[in-house]
Ligand binder design. Structure first.
Ligand SMILES: Cc1cc2nc3c(=O)[nH]c(=O)nc-3n(C[C@H](O)[C@H](O)[C@H](O)COP(=O)(O)O)c2cc1C
Length: 151
């Protein structure tokens, strides 16, 4: 499966850590959403991952904008890091991609270091996240998906 992950990770690089773990062991290609100018080469990849930190319950803007351009029939998956992983924060971006005809393969979310607002004063929360187990779980998520959908 030829895979690209388009990520946006601007708070503490938490989501990038998850993407790096997958890229290192699985050889997927990473693209910083903010650095993509013009058209993305969708045709070069069988599968596209969209990865982001969560801001006010949503994926960041650049990655969301790119998901709104994904071509019909493209296989997609979703990765996020957040303060409290208590709901599917990828629901909105998945609805956007699905409205374009994208195929949704799966979602992985875990905690990430957060110093938003007054949390900064106490040194933040989730200081050691994503941790080793969460990074490994992300790699397993990708491997399971690849085994299921390999072309
Ligand atoms: C402005 C802002 C808003 C946030 N909103 C949420 C939120 O609604 N829910 C949540 O669980 N975490 C929220 N967080 C925490 C981040 O999603 C979390 O720290 C994430 O790991 C950041 O990822 P990044 O380092 O890859 O950008 C917020 C953080 C910031 C700075």
């Amino acid at each position: 499966m030829k895979t690209a992950i388009i990520y946006e990770s601007k708070h503490h690089g938490n989501t990038k850590k998850v993407c790096d773990a997958i890229a290192k062991s699985q050889g997927v290609k990473l693209f910083d959403a903010e650095a993509i100018k013009g058209d993305f080469p969708w045709d070069e990849y069988d599968t596209i991952g969209f990865a982001s930190g969560i801001s006010f319950s949503k994926f960041y803007n650049h990655v969301t904008k790119l998901a709104s351009k994904v071509p019909a029939g493209k296989m997609t998956f979703y990765i996020y890091t957040c303060a409290k992983n208590d709901k599917d924060f990828a629901a909105d971006i998945k609805a956007i991609a699905e409205a374009n005809g994208a195929i949704i393969l799966g979602t992985y979310g875990c905690r990430g270091f957060n110093t938003f607002g007054p949390l900064k004063l106490i040194g933040g929360m989730n200081k050691s996240n994503p941790d080793k187990d969460e990074l490994q779980a992300a790699v397993e998520f990708y491997k399971d998906m690849e085994a299921k959908y390999e072309k």
